[in-house]
Design a protein around this ligand. Structure first.
Ligand code: CP
Length: 320
């Protein structure tokens, strides 16, 4: 990969997305081996700098780095000098001064990863910035859809829920539309940004209409922490009108996938029987996330350094 940082899917070319998805397939095979480790990033140090809570993304990046034999440093704001007023740039520059080559950043402010990337020498990977983008989540989602449906071109994806506050939705919309998928977003009017159609998606305010013919039903988390603006009458009302129920799935083609980025509000975005049903690939998304993050870390480093070992692995088409 030619670029130095992964900041969002908006900036990626379709061929770059394909390169990541194809590389992730090789790394996914590594995860099924008895010894799930390759030497691709031996000697490299990666810092996971998480300024916002996370379970999946943080653990997944840590595992991905360890599977690539990198050294990993986990930085969380709790207990750090951020509470004494140290800025994001100073914090990361100090970590970088300890010879860290790559920084994975989650931050509550939109644009934080892009801002950081202009102030440090390390490769920066955006692990979710405010309501802007969550590129590795969308890449693992695209990977999961492609593995099940054999393609992305022309597939019909319904994204249901809190699009307005969702960086996951934004990254998926960029990625899916670039790869030729047909996307409809569905939510109460208050949870759909007014200009969302400019991103090349259709909109619907009716769940049944959005689900019609969908091959992927992608549920978004209702971001309870951002609902104090009076966007909804109540969670119960949302669940009644937009929550996915078994009877909805019965109307869909047999190959339709149910996806969710997590964390989920059980009983709100979908009934338990839907979440745990046979169409759900939610835990598979999580497994694939490790492979995608391995691919991203590896390709960014390979593009930066082209070290003899990396060049050899790329030439052989093998990652270990
Ligand atoms: N999907 C996702 O970003 O989950 P976490 O917030 O747990 O990382």
């Amino acid at each position: 990969m030619k670029r130095r940082h992964l900041l969002g899917l908006r900036e990626l070319e379709p061929l770059e997305i394909l390169e990541i998805l194809d590389s992730a397939r090789s790394f996914r095979e590594v995860l099924d081996r008895p010894i799930k480790k390759v030497p691709a990033l031996r000697g490299i140090t990666i810092c996971n700098a998480f300024f916002e809570p996370s379970t999946r993304t943080r653990v997944s990046f840590e595992l991905a780095a360890k599977r690539l034999s990198a050294d990993v440093l986990n930085f969380a704001t709790t207990g750090s000098s951020v509470s004494k007023g140290e800025t994001l740039i100073d914090t990361v520059r100090n970590i970088e001064a300890m010879k860290v080559e790559m920084v994975v950043l989650r931050h509550g402010s939109s644009g934080a990863a892009q801002f950081l990337s202009t102030h440090v020498k390390a490769n920066v990977v955006n692990a979710g910035d405010g309501q802007h983008e969550h590129p590795t989540q969308a890449l693992l989602d695209l990977y999961t859809m492609r593995e099940h449906l054999s393609r992305l071109q022309g597939i019909r994806v319904a994204i249901i829920g809190d699009v307005a506050h969702s960086r996951v939705a934004r990254s998926n919309i960029w990625g899916l539309t670039k790869m030729g998928a047909k996307v409809v977003v569905c939510a109460p009017q208050t949870l759909l940004p007014p200009d969302i159609q400019s991103l090349g998606v259709k909109t619907s305010y009716r769940l049944e209409e959005a689900l019609d013919g969908a091959q992927v039903v992608y549920l978004l988390r209702l971001q309870r922490e951002r609902q104090d603006g009076g966007y909804l009458p109540s969670l119960r009302e949302y669940a009644r009108t937009f929550g996915l129920k078994v009877e909805h799935l019965e109307q869909l083609p047999p190959e339709t996938l149910l996806m969710h980025p997590g964390p989920m509000n059980r009983g709100v975005e979908a009934e338990n029987a839907v979440v745990d049903g046979h169409r759900s690939v939610i835990l598979e998304q999580v497994t694939n996330g490790v492979a995608i993050r391995m691919a991203v870390l590896f390709l960014l480093w390979a593009g930066r350094e082209g070290t003899p070992a990396v060049r050899e692995m790329l030439r052989e088409g093998s990652v270990g």
